[in-house]
Ligand binder design. Structure first.
Ligand SMILES: *Cc1c(COP(=O)(O)O)cnc(C)c1O
Length: 394
């Protein structure tokens, strides 16, 4: 028996449960169209909501940054890996988010693991929504603080847990700003009221709200009117901003603390100039009139798709954003749904455990500003046809 036998067995088990994962390599991209295995398909599973990853301004600024500073920073931020571009991007982000300071992290995953594990430790508490992103859970595990998960968006449950643990060590409340697999928002007003009542730090992960929600794309807590009461704003450059990496925007004290304490920030080579240049251009673009127009188109496209799906009997609740879940339940049926859509030229991913809770496998449909009305209609028609074939809708 080979040493790898146990891994093979576990993979076989994943196959039987319909949970085996593999990737589909994309061979070329253009506005909302990608080529898979030589076949052109319509993209409905990207987080590049505003299409900025193929915007000429971002490529140009990325190339200019490379021409000026090279392809690598050659060191972590606290050694020699901070250049002018990092500093300027952080200044731009603090203006964008309206905070004293900002700090760039190498990815959203690195930000969540690095920030949470720095802020709390043994004897402390993390109150985390059940549907928060995996990187928040991983950061919590790494911190060694006690992870307390409250029912999704259930503020009564959160309050009872806060009461139970009042006065015992530092506490952090963490929530996604837009839930990545359901497309709904947390009850912001209640969250900030609770964190103030119990005197805790509130962190919002706005990976899916940054660039698409609020005035000038500042994010979901801005749209909700409570941004100044959120202590730590985390957001990413790899989704609507069309680049890569993440930021944390917060007070002077918290940012200085993270620079000195956050291990994923301290012990990793900083993002290369190409990425920082594109991120800077992305943040500027979402604040421009062009950004406003892209957000308007995104909202219109979302409305057009959801209208057709609900008319046909699909439930897209609780989504209120560009992330539109189509609940299927069973993982095998979910993947069959995705396979049949691909045959019709629609590229849409099935999402299964452990990304979502058991029994809630779904298609995660994401709308982009670049979709034309005709493309939205084609996607809706394919979903309705296949949904009917598989008995997902009557
Ligand atoms: C994508 C995502 C992350 C991770 O960000 P990366 O930059 O892709 O590592 C973190 N949180 C949420 C909610 C996300 O959707």
């Amino acid at each position: 028996m080979s040493r790898e036998h146990c891994f093979r067995e576990e993979l076989d088990q994943l196959h039987r449960e319909g949970l085996y994962r593999r990737f589909l390599p994309v061979s070329s991209v253009g506005d909302a169209m990608v080529e898979l295995d030589g076949a052109k398909t319509l993209l409905f599973c990207s987080n590049d909501y505003l299409g900025l990853s193929t915007h000429p301004i971002l490529s140009q600024r990325s190339m200019e940054a490379t021409a000026r500073f090279g392809t690598s920073t050659g060191a972590s931020r606290l050694v020699s890996g901070t250049n002018l571009l990092h500093v300027e991007l952080e200044e731009e982000i603090s203006r964008f988010k309206g905070t004293e300071r900002a700090l760039v992290f190498n990815s959203g995953y690195a930000a969540n693991t690095g920030v949470i594990s720095a802020l709390v430790s043994d004897g402390d508490f993390i109150f985390s929504d059940r549907l928060n992103h995996a990187s928040i859970i991983d950061g919590s595990i790494l911190s060694r603080a006690k992870l307390i998960r409250y029912h999704h968006n259930d503020m009564d449950h959160l309050r009872s847990l806060l009461k139970k643990h009042r006065g015992k060590g530092r506490g952090l409340i963490v929530s996604d700003g837009v839930f990545s697999m359901d497309g709904d928002l947390p009850p912001f007003a209640d969250l900030v009221a609770l964190k103030e009542e119990f005197d805790l730090v509130l962190m919002i992960d706005d990976a899916h709200g940054t660039g698409v929600m609020g005035e000038k794309g500042r994010g979901s807590s801005h749209e909700a009117g409570v941004a100044d009461r959120v202590d730590i704003h985390m957001g990413t450059f790899g989704k609507a901003l069309g680049s890569f990496g993440a930021y944390v925007a917060a007070s002077e004290t918290i940012v200085e603390y993270l620079i000195n304490r956050s291990r994923s920030f301290i012990f990793s080579t900083s993002l290369p100039p190409a990425v920082i240049g594109a991120s800077r251009a992305g943040v500027e673009l979402v604040q421009s009139p062009e950004g406003e127009e892209l957000r308007r188109r995104l909202r219109a496209n979302r409305q057009r798709l959801v209208q057709q799906l609900t008319d046909a009997g699909f439930s897209t609740t609780p989504s209120t954003t560009q992330i539109v879940p189509i609940m299927v339940g069973d993982p095998h049926r979910t993947m069959e749904f995705a396979r049949r859509l691909l045959q019709r030229g629609i590229f849409l991913q099935g999402i299964r455990p452990p990304t979502v809770p058991r029994g809630t496998s779904r298609l995660r449909c994401t709308v982009m500003a670049a979709h034309t009305a005709e493309q939205i209609d084609r996607c809706a028609a394919a979903l309705i046809q296949v949904g009917g074939e598989l008995g997902v809708i009557p």
